[in-house]
Design a protein around this ligand. Structure first.
Ligand SMILES: [Zn+2]
Length: 172
């Protein structure tokens, strides 16, 4: 009997919903994406054995996975801002597409964050990743404190300038 989608939105071993877990880590920038993953029951690893055109993956990891049984692994050769986006993107797959993960055991994202899921699903994962890394409430707070330059905001949030521009609706 395969796993059903019943457990879909549950954060393993956490009394909080995924949304509550994310909010808990959005009190200051940069948002601790590894902390979010851990609290959702997902371990995070880096590897230097991934080809450059692979960003990372989320996979069933019975040996070293978190309490959910899953781990995220990211390409250690990539820049920190990219690794953080990859972790957030894989967290988004874990939250949004758990039912697919349960049946497939792993999702591997290439450099363009394509994993074989539909464009709609990848777009949703990218949008949730941006929401995790750059919550508007925190952007507004930091802008109100006097940081309103896009590059400075990107640095503060440890995201790429392009990602911050997209989030702010500024032409890239
Ligand atoms: Zn993806």
């Amino acid at each position: 009997m395969p796993a059903t989608s019943q457990a879909l939105p549950q954060a393993a071993q956490s009394a909080l919903t995924p949304g509550q877990v994310i909010s808990k880590y959005q009190v200051d920038a940069p948002v601790d994406v590894v902390g979010i993953a851990h609290e959702l029951g997902v371990n995070v690893w880096e590897t230097h054995t991934m080809p450059d055109n692979i960003s990372g993956k989320i996979f069933r990891d019975p040996l070293n996975g978190g309490t959910s049984g899953f781990s995220i692994v990211v390409n250690s050769s990539h820049a920190i801002v990219r690794k953080r986006f990859t972790i957030a993107h894989e967290i988004a797959h874990f939250i949004l597409h758990r039912h697919i993960l349960e049946s497939r055991s792993d999702l591997t994202d290439d450099a363009m964050y394509r994993s074989g899921l539909s464009t709609k699903e990848e777009t949703a994962a990218n949008q949730l990743a941006a929401t995790i890394l750059m919550p508007y409430s925190l952007i507004n707070k930091i802008v109100n404190e006097g940081t309103n330059d896009v590059d400075a905001l990107a640095t503060r949030f440890q995201v790429s300038t392009t990602a911050m521009k997209i989030r702010l609706g500024v032409p890239v």
